[in-house]
Design a protein around this ligand. Structure first.
Ligand code: AMP
Ligand code: MG
Length: 332
Protein backbone atom coordinates (compact mmCIF):
# COMPACT_ATOMS: atom_id res chain seq x y z
CA UNK A 1 0.00 0.00 0.00
CA UNK A 2 1.34 3.47 -0.82
CA UNK A 3 2.22 5.46 2.26
CA UNK A 4 -0.18 8.29 3.05
CA UNK A 5 1.42 11.71 3.51
CA UNK A 6 1.31 13.15 6.99
CA UNK A 7 1.01 16.90 7.12
CA UNK A 8 3.56 18.81 9.13
CA UNK A 9 2.91 22.34 10.38
CA UNK A 10 5.80 24.73 9.67
CA UNK A 11 6.29 27.99 11.56
CA UNK A 12 7.11 30.88 9.22
CA UNK A 13 10.88 31.09 9.67
CA UNK A 14 13.06 32.18 6.75
CA UNK A 15 14.43 28.64 6.43
CA UNK A 16 10.97 27.04 6.35
CA UNK A 17 9.68 29.61 3.87
CA UNK A 18 12.58 28.79 1.56
CA UNK A 19 11.86 25.05 1.87
CA UNK A 20 8.16 25.50 1.16
CA UNK A 21 8.89 27.77 -1.83
CA UNK A 22 11.07 24.97 -3.27
CA UNK A 23 8.29 22.42 -2.73
CA UNK A 24 5.87 24.68 -4.60
CA UNK A 25 8.36 25.17 -7.45
CA UNK A 26 8.68 21.38 -7.64
CA UNK A 27 4.91 21.12 -8.25
CA UNK A 28 3.84 20.13 -4.73
CA UNK A 29 0.98 21.46 -2.61
CA UNK A 30 1.49 23.74 0.40
CA UNK A 31 -1.33 24.94 2.68
CA UNK A 32 -0.88 28.65 3.34
CA UNK A 33 -2.24 31.21 5.78
CA UNK A 34 -4.17 34.12 4.31
CA UNK A 35 -6.12 36.93 5.94
CA UNK A 36 -9.39 35.34 4.71
CA UNK A 37 -9.09 31.56 5.31
CA UNK A 38 -6.23 29.04 4.89
CA UNK A 39 -5.59 28.14 1.25
CA UNK A 40 -4.22 25.04 -0.47
CA UNK A 41 -1.63 26.44 -2.88
CA UNK A 42 0.02 25.19 -6.05
CA UNK A 43 1.93 26.83 -8.90
CA UNK A 44 -0.93 28.37 -10.91
CA UNK A 45 0.98 27.96 -14.19
CA UNK A 46 1.53 24.22 -13.68
CA UNK A 47 -1.59 22.23 -14.67
CA UNK A 48 -0.34 19.02 -13.03
CA UNK A 49 0.34 20.78 -9.74
CA UNK A 50 -3.14 22.37 -9.83
CA UNK A 51 -4.75 19.00 -10.58
CA UNK A 52 -3.39 17.84 -7.19
CA UNK A 53 -5.48 20.53 -5.46
CA UNK A 54 -8.70 19.06 -6.86
CA UNK A 55 -7.62 15.54 -5.92
CA UNK A 56 -6.62 16.46 -2.34
CA UNK A 57 -9.84 18.41 -1.71
CA UNK A 58 -12.17 16.11 -3.63
CA UNK A 59 -13.22 19.28 -5.46
CA UNK A 60 -15.04 18.96 -8.80
CA UNK A 61 -12.96 20.36 -11.66
CA UNK A 62 -15.97 22.48 -12.65
CA UNK A 63 -15.17 24.76 -9.68
CA UNK A 64 -12.46 27.25 -10.72
CA UNK A 65 -9.56 28.35 -8.48
CA UNK A 66 -8.50 31.82 -7.34
CA UNK A 67 -4.97 32.83 -8.40
CA UNK A 68 -2.86 34.77 -5.89
CA UNK A 69 -0.21 37.31 -6.81
CA UNK A 70 2.19 39.42 -4.72
CA UNK A 71 2.76 42.33 -7.08
CA UNK A 72 0.63 44.24 -9.55
CA UNK A 73 3.18 43.43 -12.27
CA UNK A 74 2.01 39.80 -12.11
CA UNK A 75 -1.59 40.75 -12.91
CA UNK A 76 -0.90 41.46 -16.58
CA UNK A 77 0.97 38.16 -16.91
CA UNK A 78 -2.20 36.17 -16.22
CA UNK A 79 -5.17 38.46 -16.91
CA UNK A 80 -6.32 41.41 -18.99
CA UNK A 81 -7.09 44.14 -16.49
CA UNK A 82 -9.21 47.15 -17.43
CA UNK A 83 -9.75 50.51 -15.75
CA UNK A 84 -12.25 49.15 -13.22
CA UNK A 85 -9.79 46.42 -12.22
CA UNK A 86 -6.98 48.93 -11.76
CA UNK A 87 -9.22 51.15 -9.65
CA UNK A 88 -10.25 48.31 -7.34
CA UNK A 89 -6.73 46.89 -7.16
CA UNK A 90 -5.35 50.28 -6.21
CA UNK A 91 -7.97 50.75 -3.52
CA UNK A 92 -8.29 47.26 -2.00
CA UNK A 93 -5.07 45.30 -2.73
CA UNK A 94 -3.42 43.75 -0.94
CA UNK A 95 -6.66 42.58 0.68
CA UNK A 96 -9.71 40.31 0.64
CA UNK A 97 -10.97 41.18 -2.85
CA UNK A 98 -10.90 38.83 -5.87
CA UNK A 99 -11.31 40.21 -9.38
CA UNK A 100 -12.65 38.11 -12.26
CA UNK A 101 -11.02 39.20 -15.53
CA UNK A 102 -10.36 37.85 -19.02
CA UNK A 103 -7.66 35.17 -18.73
CA UNK A 104 -4.34 34.98 -20.57
CA UNK A 105 -3.41 31.67 -22.14
CA UNK A 106 -0.49 30.95 -19.75
CA UNK A 107 -3.11 30.09 -17.13
CA UNK A 108 -3.99 26.42 -17.62
CA UNK A 109 -7.64 25.52 -18.30
CA UNK A 110 -7.86 23.47 -15.09
CA UNK A 111 -7.39 26.64 -13.03
CA UNK A 112 -10.37 28.40 -14.61
CA UNK A 113 -12.50 25.25 -15.06
CA UNK A 114 -12.25 25.83 -18.79
CA UNK A 115 -13.64 29.38 -18.56
CA UNK A 116 -12.04 32.20 -20.58
CA UNK A 117 -11.82 34.20 -17.31
CA UNK A 118 -9.55 34.02 -14.28
CA UNK A 119 -10.12 35.06 -10.66
CA UNK A 120 -7.15 37.00 -9.18
CA UNK A 121 -6.36 38.26 -5.71
CA UNK A 122 -3.40 39.95 -4.00
CA UNK A 123 -3.48 38.75 -0.37
CA UNK A 124 -2.24 40.84 2.55
CA UNK A 125 -1.07 38.11 4.93
CA UNK A 126 2.65 38.88 5.41
CA UNK A 127 3.83 35.23 5.42
CA UNK A 128 1.85 34.32 2.34
CA UNK A 129 3.21 37.43 0.62
CA UNK A 130 6.78 36.46 1.45
CA UNK A 131 6.15 32.96 0.11
CA UNK A 132 4.60 34.30 -3.10
CA UNK A 133 7.61 36.53 -3.61
CA UNK A 134 10.07 33.69 -3.00
CA UNK A 135 8.29 31.34 -5.41
CA UNK A 136 8.03 34.08 -8.03
CA UNK A 137 5.00 32.57 -9.79
CA UNK A 138 1.29 33.11 -9.09
CA UNK A 139 -0.23 30.51 -6.78
CA UNK A 140 -3.68 29.01 -7.26
CA UNK A 141 -5.31 28.37 -3.89
CA UNK A 142 -8.84 27.43 -2.87
CA UNK A 143 -9.69 26.94 0.80
CA UNK A 144 -7.59 24.17 2.39
CA UNK A 145 -10.43 21.84 3.38
CA UNK A 146 -12.18 18.79 1.97
CA UNK A 147 -14.71 20.04 -0.61
CA UNK A 148 -17.99 21.08 1.00
CA UNK A 149 -16.83 21.28 4.62
CA UNK A 150 -16.36 24.44 6.68
CA UNK A 151 -13.35 26.54 5.57
CA UNK A 152 -10.23 26.39 7.79
CA UNK A 153 -9.11 29.43 9.75
CA UNK A 154 -6.14 27.84 11.58
CA UNK A 155 -3.28 25.52 10.61
CA UNK A 156 -4.78 22.87 12.89
CA UNK A 157 -8.10 23.04 11.00
CA UNK A 158 -6.14 22.28 7.82
CA UNK A 159 -4.44 19.31 9.44
CA UNK A 160 -7.78 18.06 10.81
CA UNK A 161 -9.25 18.00 7.30
CA UNK A 162 -6.36 17.26 4.95
CA UNK A 163 -3.71 15.81 7.26
CA UNK A 164 -3.43 12.58 5.28
CA UNK A 165 -3.68 14.21 1.86
CA UNK A 166 -0.92 16.85 1.97
CA UNK A 167 2.55 17.21 3.53
CA UNK A 168 3.13 20.92 4.12
CA UNK A 169 1.19 23.48 6.15
CA UNK A 170 2.58 26.97 6.78
CA UNK A 171 1.35 28.33 10.10
CA UNK A 172 0.46 32.01 10.03
CA UNK A 173 -1.81 32.08 13.08
CA UNK A 174 -5.60 32.36 13.07
CA UNK A 175 -7.02 34.04 9.95
CA UNK A 176 -7.68 37.68 10.71
CA UNK A 177 -10.86 38.11 8.65
CA UNK A 178 -12.14 34.55 8.76
CA UNK A 179 -14.42 34.62 5.68
CA UNK A 180 -13.48 33.93 2.06
CA UNK A 181 -12.74 36.94 -0.17
CA UNK A 182 -15.31 39.15 -1.84
CA UNK A 183 -15.45 38.18 -5.54
CA UNK A 184 -16.39 40.76 -8.16
CA UNK A 185 -16.63 40.14 -11.89
CA UNK A 186 -15.25 43.20 -13.68
CA UNK A 187 -14.85 41.72 -17.16
CA UNK A 188 -17.34 44.33 -18.30
CA UNK A 189 -16.24 47.46 -16.41
CA UNK A 190 -19.63 49.09 -17.09
CA UNK A 191 -21.46 46.16 -15.41
CA UNK A 192 -19.55 44.94 -12.36
CA UNK A 193 -21.17 41.96 -10.63
CA UNK A 194 -20.73 40.72 -7.10
CA UNK A 195 -20.24 36.93 -7.20
CA UNK A 196 -19.57 36.38 -3.50
CA UNK A 197 -19.97 38.78 -0.55
CA UNK A 198 -16.99 39.17 1.78
CA UNK A 199 -15.21 41.66 4.00
CA UNK A 200 -14.99 44.24 1.20
CA UNK A 201 -18.63 45.25 0.98
CA UNK A 202 -20.78 45.96 -2.05
CA UNK A 203 -21.18 49.56 -0.85
CA UNK A 204 -17.38 49.98 -0.74
CA UNK A 205 -17.07 48.60 -4.27
CA UNK A 206 -19.82 50.89 -5.53
CA UNK A 207 -18.20 53.89 -3.90
CA UNK A 208 -14.78 53.06 -5.39
CA UNK A 209 -16.19 52.44 -8.87
CA UNK A 210 -18.73 55.26 -8.80
CA UNK A 211 -21.43 52.92 -10.12
CA UNK A 212 -23.88 50.22 -9.04
CA UNK A 213 -22.62 46.69 -8.55
CA UNK A 214 -25.16 43.99 -9.44
CA UNK A 215 -25.61 40.85 -7.36
CA UNK A 216 -25.46 37.51 -9.10
CA UNK A 217 -27.78 34.85 -7.73
CA UNK A 218 -25.90 32.00 -6.12
CA UNK A 219 -26.24 28.38 -7.10
CA UNK A 220 -27.19 27.51 -3.54
CA UNK A 221 -30.72 28.11 -2.23
CA UNK A 222 -31.29 31.54 -0.76
CA UNK A 223 -33.91 30.37 1.77
CA UNK A 224 -33.93 33.46 3.96
CA UNK A 225 -34.79 32.19 7.40
CA UNK A 226 -35.06 28.46 7.38
CA UNK A 227 -36.89 27.04 10.34
CA UNK A 228 -36.97 23.66 8.68
CA UNK A 229 -34.90 20.91 10.16
CA UNK A 230 -32.66 19.27 7.63
CA UNK A 231 -31.93 15.57 7.42
CA UNK A 232 -28.38 15.05 8.72
CA UNK A 233 -27.81 12.17 6.30
CA UNK A 234 -28.27 14.48 3.36
CA UNK A 235 -26.03 17.17 4.78
CA UNK A 236 -23.01 15.05 5.51
CA UNK A 237 -22.09 14.60 1.89
CA UNK A 238 -22.57 17.99 0.40
CA UNK A 239 -22.71 20.70 2.96
CA UNK A 240 -20.71 22.43 5.59
CA UNK A 241 -21.13 21.05 9.11
CA UNK A 242 -22.53 17.56 9.69
CA UNK A 243 -24.92 18.90 12.32
CA UNK A 244 -28.08 20.55 10.93
CA UNK A 245 -28.09 24.35 11.22
CA UNK A 246 -31.27 26.29 11.90
CA UNK A 247 -31.28 30.03 11.21
CA UNK A 248 -33.32 32.64 13.04
CA UNK A 249 -33.88 36.31 12.27
CA UNK A 250 -33.59 36.92 16.03
CA UNK A 251 -33.01 34.75 19.06
CA UNK A 252 -34.05 35.53 22.63
CA UNK A 253 -31.15 36.58 24.85
CA UNK A 254 -31.85 33.54 26.96
CA UNK A 255 -33.01 30.80 24.61
CA UNK A 256 -34.90 28.02 26.33
CA UNK A 257 -34.42 24.73 24.61
CA UNK A 258 -33.24 21.18 24.84
CA UNK A 259 -29.69 20.63 26.10
CA UNK A 260 -28.81 18.62 23.01
CA UNK A 261 -29.31 21.72 20.86
CA UNK A 262 -26.80 24.57 20.67
CA UNK A 263 -27.79 28.24 20.48
CA UNK A 264 -25.38 30.74 18.95
CA UNK A 265 -26.28 34.33 19.71
CA UNK A 266 -24.95 37.50 18.13
CA UNK A 267 -23.65 38.79 21.49
CA UNK A 268 -22.92 37.54 25.01
CA UNK A 269 -26.03 37.73 27.17
CA UNK A 270 -25.74 39.40 30.58
CA UNK A 271 -25.24 37.09 33.54
CA UNK A 272 -24.60 33.38 33.52
CA UNK A 273 -25.56 31.19 30.58
CA UNK A 274 -26.40 27.55 30.04
CA UNK A 275 -23.59 25.34 28.66
CA UNK A 276 -25.40 25.02 25.33
CA UNK A 277 -25.50 28.79 24.73
CA UNK A 278 -22.69 30.40 22.71
CA UNK A 279 -21.98 33.70 20.97
CA UNK A 280 -19.78 34.74 18.06
CA UNK A 281 -18.59 38.00 19.59
CA UNK A 282 -18.99 39.12 23.20
CA UNK A 283 -20.00 42.63 22.12
CA UNK A 284 -21.92 41.58 19.03
CA UNK A 285 -19.32 43.14 16.72
CA UNK A 286 -19.41 41.90 13.15
CA UNK A 287 -15.64 41.68 12.63
CA UNK A 288 -15.28 39.41 15.63
CA UNK A 289 -18.28 37.37 14.52
CA UNK A 290 -16.80 36.89 11.03
CA UNK A 291 -13.41 35.93 12.48
CA UNK A 292 -14.90 33.26 14.77
CA UNK A 293 -17.76 31.94 12.63
CA UNK A 294 -16.00 28.96 11.02
CA UNK A 295 -14.08 27.96 14.16
CA UNK A 296 -17.37 28.02 16.08
CA UNK A 297 -19.13 25.91 13.44
CA UNK A 298 -16.31 23.35 13.66
CA UNK A 299 -16.23 23.32 17.46
CA UNK A 300 -19.98 22.75 17.75
CA UNK A 301 -19.96 20.12 14.98
CA UNK A 302 -18.39 17.40 17.14
CA UNK A 303 -21.52 15.31 17.64
CA UNK A 304 -22.59 16.85 20.98
CA UNK A 305 -25.59 18.59 19.50
CA UNK A 306 -28.34 17.36 17.26
CA UNK A 307 -29.04 20.87 15.98
CA UNK A 308 -27.28 24.23 16.03
CA UNK A 309 -29.43 27.37 16.11
CA UNK A 310 -27.85 30.56 14.80
CA UNK A 311 -29.02 34.14 14.99
CA UNK A 312 -28.52 35.79 11.58
CA UNK A 313 -26.23 38.85 11.67
CA UNK A 314 -27.98 42.24 11.57
CA UNK A 315 -27.17 45.13 9.32
CA UNK A 316 -25.63 45.24 5.85
CA UNK A 317 -22.01 44.99 4.72
CA UNK A 318 -20.11 42.33 6.64
CA UNK A 319 -23.44 41.00 7.96
CA UNK A 320 -24.34 40.05 4.36
CA UNK A 321 -21.14 38.01 4.09
CA UNK A 322 -21.73 36.28 7.44
CA UNK A 323 -25.34 35.48 6.56
CA UNK A 324 -24.30 34.18 3.13
CA UNK A 325 -22.04 31.60 4.83
CA UNK A 326 -24.71 30.77 7.42
CA UNK A 327 -27.32 30.16 4.71
CA UNK A 328 -24.95 27.93 2.81
CA UNK A 329 -24.12 26.02 5.98
CA UNK A 330 -27.84 25.57 6.60
CA UNK A 331 -28.76 24.73 3.01
CA UNK A 332 -29.39 21.16 2.00
P1 AMP B 1 -12.61 29.43 -3.28
O1 AMP B 1 -13.39 28.15 -3.25
O2 AMP B 1 -12.75 30.26 -2.05
O3 AMP B 1 -11.23 29.27 -3.75
O4 AMP B 1 -13.28 30.35 -4.40
C1 AMP B 1 -13.36 29.91 -5.71
C2 AMP B 1 -14.57 30.54 -6.29
O5 AMP B 1 -14.18 31.67 -7.07
C3 AMP B 1 -15.28 29.65 -7.28
O6 AMP B 1 -16.15 28.75 -6.65
C4 AMP B 1 -16.01 30.66 -8.14
O7 AMP B 1 -17.21 31.06 -7.50
C5 AMP B 1 -15.07 31.85 -8.15
N1 AMP B 1 -14.28 31.89 -9.36
C6 AMP B 1 -13.03 31.46 -9.54
N2 AMP B 1 -12.63 31.64 -10.81
C7 AMP B 1 -13.66 32.20 -11.45
C8 AMP B 1 -13.88 32.63 -12.78
N3 AMP B 1 -12.95 32.51 -13.71
N4 AMP B 1 -15.07 33.16 -13.08
C9 AMP B 1 -16.02 33.29 -12.14
N5 AMP B 1 -15.88 32.90 -10.88
C10 AMP B 1 -14.72 32.37 -10.53
MG1 MG C 1 -13.80 26.75 -0.55
Amino acid sequence: MPKRPVARIYPGTARHLATLARRLSAGELVAVPTETVYGLAANALDARACQKIFTAKGRPTTDPLIVHIHALAQLVDIAEPNKAAHLLAKKFWPGPLTLVLPKKSVVPAIVSAGLPSVAVRMPSHPLFRRLLKLVGVPLAAPSANPFGYVSPTTAQHVRDGLGNKIRYILDGGPAHIGLESTIVDVRDPARPRLLRPGAITRAELEFALGRKVAITARRTPQSAVSQAQLAPGLLARHYSPRTPIVLHATLPGRPAGARDEAWVLAAKPKGSTAPNVFWLDAHGELRGAARRLFATLRRLDDGRFKQIHFALARGGGLADAINDRLRRAAAR
